[in-house]
Design a protein. Structure first.
Length: 113
């Protein structure tokens, strides 16, 4: 059926959502990386370099987390750009990764280790 210049079908065609899902999951990976780097730094297992002296070690930690985010986003984008990805599962995994990343940056959590 045609309405004006827009065609509508009774069957719904799905567009590829892989690029958007890659961005969501990439953000979750970046948040997780930040939390993991902070925990490793606070336990003394890894010391991020200070890239900007006035900011101290936080400059190195945030830079490493940003690099992890960009790599994850780029890899996922390349793999999923023409695909339809189950959004519910990606949202759930992203929320878990972000939750861990945020919790891992709080000092009371460090005290539990």
């Amino acid at each position: 059926m045609t309405i004006g210049t827009v065609e509508t079908d009774t069957a719904v065609s799905r567009a590829a959502n892989g690029t958007a899902m890659a961005a969501f999951l990439g953000a979750g990976v970046g948040a997780f990386a930040m939390g993991a780097i902070v925990l490793l730094n606070e336990t003394g297992l890894f010391a991020a370099p200070s890239l900007y002296a006035p900011a101290g070690g936080v400059s190195g930690r945030t830079t490493l987390a940003a690099i992890a985010w960009l790599i994850a986003w780029g890899v996922l984008h390349q793999r999923w750009k023409a695909r339809e990805v189950a959004s519910g599962r990606v949202y759930a995994v992203t929320l878990m990764l972000v939750a861990f990343g945020v919790l891992a940056t709080f000092p009371p959590i460090w005290g539990l280790l």
